[in-house]
Design a protein around this ligand. Structure first.
Ligand code: NDP
Length: 286
């Protein structure tokens, strides 16, 4: 039976480190500050922003929410981002998703100053990561790495399979693993015989957004399984609940370590965002 990787406990440890770093920066006169630009926004975005604000303040990070209406024009969002880019008191900037229809979130993200791109979504930050240079890594990819490291595995030479190739999870996590000298295989929706590939993995990272697609036949005995997926599913009584990309009860008996959903990668992601804000504040100062 696998050991569960407790994302909440891991996040608490990271938050303690961030809190200490933030206090140290404040002593030197730097107030780490995160600004979120929300254009329109839905209930999910609102509650995510609430959680961000709460966590940030608990850790000694200032939080600003810049609200723009759902009918805002792209140039107004651009102006808000440009203003925050110029504002020396702002360490990190985040564009809340989803943006209103007709607004190109990708183009706006590329406008965020590289040193303030705490979600690691700019082409420069992702490019730096691909080239093996220290960069502000996308928070979810960094969180998946923290979960892998919690297992204590030696990554050098390990066979790692990543299911998913998005710019925010699949590609950056593969780059981080490669930098840690793992042998990385990347799968996606066109991969033939996925189970044959994933069964080779010492470490299996799944970020596909397909509820419970990874079953027992996909997993080698003793593998470390990191489930990034967050999907709406239903429990036995038909009630809505959050499920991962891994069929947990089937895979838990086979794996050596596994992240649950919820309570795995998710809480660590928020902690890594805060770690990036403090890192951005520190880099801006030196
Ligand atoms: P995307 O939809 O951008 O990417 C999904 C990837 O999975 C694509 O590369 C796709 O392949 C691949 N894929 C889809 N279906 C299959 C399949 N049947 N077999 C193999 N590969 C498949 O998703 P994201 O990367 O943004 O997110 C992935 C998951 O992680 C989602 O559930 C999301 O909610 C969750 N997430 C969780 C976070 C957290 O904090 N825990 C944060 C961010 C995301 P192709 O490229 O060929 O289409």
């Amino acid at each position: 039976m696998a050991t569960r990787i407790d994302g909440k406990a891991l996040a608490a440890t990271i938050r303690e480190r961030v809190k200490r770093d933030a206090a140290e920066l404040r002593q030197r006169g730097v107030v780490p500050t995160l600004a979120t630009v929300m254009a329109g926004g839905d209930a999910g975005a609102e509650s995510y922003a609430d959680a961000q604000g709460r966590t940030a303040r608990e850790l000694g990070i200032e939080y600003r929410l810049v609200r723009l209406g759902a009918t805002v024009a792209a140039r107004e969002v651009e102006a808000a981002l440009d203003g925050l880019n110029r504002d020396a008191s702002v360490s990190g900037i985040l564009l809340s998703q989803p943006t209103p229809a007709g607004i190109d979130a990708f183009a706006l993200q590329q406008r965020i100053a590289v040193g303030k791109d705490v979600e690691g979504v700019s082409a420069t930050n992702l490019g730096m990561l691909m080239m093996g240079h220290a960069a502000l890594a996308p928070c979810t990819a960094a969180a998946a790495m923290e979960c892998v490291r919690a297992s204590g595995i030696e990554l050098a030479g390990a066979a790692v399979v990543v299911v998913g190739r998005s710019n925010i999870v699949g590609k950056p996590v593969a780059a981080l693993l490669l930098a840690a000298h793992a042998t990385v295989t990347q799968c996606h929706s066109r991969t033939r015989d996925l189970a044959r590939v994933t069964r080779e993995a010492d470490v299996l990272i799944v970020a596909a957004g397909r509820a419970e697609m990874i079953r027992s036949e996909h997993v080698k005995r003793g593998a470390i399984v990191i489930d990034v997926g967050t999907n709406r599913g239903t429990d036995a009584a038909g009630k809505s609940k959050m499920v991962g990309d891994v069929k947990f009860d089937e895979v838990e008996p086979i794996a050596s370590w596994i992240t649950p959903v919820p309570g795995g990668v998710g809480p660590v992601t928020v902690a890594m965002l805060m770690a990036n804000v403090v890192e951005a504040a520190r880099r801006a100062r030196v």
